[in-house]
Design a protein around this ligand. Structure first.
Ligand code: ADP
Ligand code: ASP
Ligand code: MG
Length: 408
C-alpha cells in the first residue's frame, strides 16, 4: 500500500464525461489498497475565460481581485470530481486551498507555497476517503486568496506530495509523458522514459509547459518521485524524472528541445558606449519588476553601441514606456521592439562532456536560411532567438539533426 498524489490537468477535467473517467482511474488505485490525494485543474479554457472577463473591466486587473476570480475554476472541478467518485461508491471529500490550508506568500498571481497543513487530509485518508484539493490556489497569512501562476496545479500536486511524504506524485495530462519536444509541433517527437531533474528544469524554464517549472524545483528540493502520465490511456509508465543519470543507458547528448513564443525583443540603438550604460537601461526595467532574459551589447563604434534584450511579451509595452521616458537622459538614438520572435533551446546534461553541439545547432539553422538574432548558453543548454515565423521549421530540423527522432 502506498500514498499516491495524482494531478489531473485541464484537458483531463475538461468535460463531465472526462471527470467520470478520472474518477474511475482513481477508484482503481483505491481498489488496489492505495491512499490517494488528488490535485485538480479547472476545466480547460476556464482560467483563460476568467482572465478575459477580468480584462473586460480593467486592462490591468487588480492582482488581489484577479486571484479571487481565477481561483474559482478549480473550486468547480473539485466538487464535480468528489461527486463523480461518490457516484461510483468511493468516498471522497473536496478542499479548496484555504480549507486545507495551503499557505503561500502574498505575491498575487504568482504566489509561492510556504507550508501545507496535512492534518485534515490525514484524517480523511485514515477514514478511507479520497482527498481532492483545488490546484493552483492558496491563502496568504492575511487570509487573501492567492494563485500560483499559470500551470500552477502541477506545483500544488508536488507540494502536497512533499508535505505528505507521498511515495509518488503522478501528473496526468493529455500526453503520455515528457517528449523530446512538443509532440504537437513535431509529430516525430518521442516519449522519454526518464529525464533528469536538471534537464526537466531547463526544459520547463525554456518554455515546455508540460510541467510548471516550480513543480520541478519543488520535487528536486524535497526529493519527490515525480512521473508524467496520460490520463487518456489505460496503461503506460509515462516519464519518470530522475535524480541521477542512468549510467546503463546510452543517452543522447541533447535530451530535448524547448521553445518559447512569449518573449519580445527590445533594441536600444546608438547609446553612448561608456561604463554604466547597461545599468542605466536595465536598472529601471528591473525596478519595474520586468524580468529580462537574453541580453546583448554590441562592440561600440564611433563611441556608440546598440543594446538589445528580451522581456516577456506581455510586458513589452510597459518596458518600452519606461525606456522612452528616459531616452533623452540615456542619449539613445532609437528604441524599437519586435514581438514576432521565438526562442529555441536545446537541452541535455550530455553537453557538459561534448563539444561542437552549439555549432551543429548554428549550422543546421544556417542551412535553412534561418537567421539567429541572439544566443545564450549555459552548461547544459544553448538558446537562440529567431524570427517567429521559422519556429516550427527550426524545431523540426534541429530535432532531426540531433537524432531525436530515432529510437534511443
Ligand atoms: P495540463 O492541462 O494537463 O496541465 P498542459 O497543456 O499544461 O496540460 O501541458 C501538456 C502539454 O504540454 C502537451 O499537450 C504538449 O502540447 C505540451 N508540451 C510542450 N512540450 C512538451 C514536451 N517536451 N513533452 C510533452 N508535452 C509537451
Ligand atoms: N487552471 C490553471 C491554469 O490554467 C492552473 C493549471 O491548470 O495548472 O493555469
Ligand atoms: Mg499544465
Amino acid at each position: 500500500m502506498a500514498l499516491i498524489v495524482q494531478k489531473y490537468g485541464g484537458t483531463s477535467m475538461g468535460t463531465t464525461e472526462r471527470i467520470k473517467n478520472v474518477a474511475r482511474r482513481i477508484a482503481k488505485w483505491k481498489a488496489q489498497g492505495h491512499d490517494v490525494v488528488v490535485a485538480v485543474s479547472a476545466m480547460s479554457g476556464e482560467t483563460n475565460r476568467l482572465i478575459a472577463l477580468a480584462k473586460e473591466i480593467q486592462d490591468y486587473p487588480d492582482p488581489r481581485e484577479l486571484d479571487v476570480i481565477i481561483s474559482t475554476g478549480e473550486q468547480v472541478t473539485i466538487g464535480l470530481l468528489a461527486m463523480a467518485l461518490k457516484e461510483i461508491g468511493v468516498d471522497a471529500k473536496s478542499y479548496t486551498g484555504w480549507q486545507v490550508k495551503v499557505t503561500t506568500d502574498s505575491s498575487f498571481n504568482k504566489a509561492r507555497i510556504q507550508s501545507i497543513d496535512e492534518d485534515a487530509m490525514r484524517a480523511d485518508l485514515a477514514e478511507g476517503r479520497v482527498v481532492i484539493v483545488a490546484g493552483f490556489q492558496g491563502v496568504d497569512e492575511a487570509n487573501n486568496i492567492t494563485t500560483l501562476g499559470r500551470g500552477g496545479s502541477d506545483t500544488s500536486a508536488v507540494a502536497l506530495a512533499a508535505a505528505l511524504k507521498a511515495d509518488e506524485c503522478q501528473i496526468y495530462t493529455d500526453v503520455d509523458g515528457v517528449y523530446t519536444t512538443d509532440p504537437r509541433v513535431v509529430p516525430e517527437a518521442r516519449r522519454l522514459k526518464t529525464i533528469t531533474f536538471e534537464e526537466m528544469i531547463e526544459m520547463a524554464s525554456l518554455g515546455s509547459k508540460v510541467l510548471q517549472i516550480r513543480s520541478v524545483e519543488f520535487a528536486g528540493k524535497y526529493k519527490v518521485r515525480l512521473r508524467v502520465l496520460s490520463s487518456f490511456e489505460e496503461e503506460g509508465e509515462g516519464t519518470l524524472i530522475t535524480f541521477e543519470e542512468d549510467e546503463n543507458m546510452e543517452k543522447a547528448v541533447v535530451a530535448g528541445i524547448a521553445f518559447d513564443r512569449n518573449e519580445a525583443r527590445i533594441n536600444v540603438k546608438g547609446v553612448p558606449d561608456r561604463p554604466g550604460i547597461a545599468y542605466q537601461i536595465l536598472g529601471p526595467i528591473a525596478d519595474a519588476n520586468i524580468e529580462v532574459d537574453m541580453i546583448i551589447q554590441n562592440v561600440g563604434e564611433n563611441g556608440t553601441t546598440d543594446f538589445s534584450f528580451t522581456v516577456p511579451r506581455g510586458e513589452a509595452n510597459r518596458a518600452l514606456a519606461i525606456l522612452r521616458e528616459m531616452q533623452t537622459h540615456v542619449g539613445a538614438a532609437k528604441i524599437e521592439s519586435d514581438d514576432k520572435i521565438a526562442k529555441i533551446s536545446i537541452v541535455g546534461v550530455g553537453m557538459r562532456s561534448h563539444t561542437g553541439i552549439a555549432s551543429t545547432m548554428f549550422r543546421t539553422l544556417a542551412e535553412e536560411g534561418i537567421n539567429i538574432q541572439m544566443i545564450s548558453t549555459s552548461e547544459i543548454k544553448v538558446s537562440v532567438l529567431i524570427d517567429e515565423k521559422y519556429l516550427e521549421l527550426a524545431v523540426r530540423v534541429l530535432h532531426k539533426a540531433f537524432g531525436l527522432d530515432q529510437a534511443a
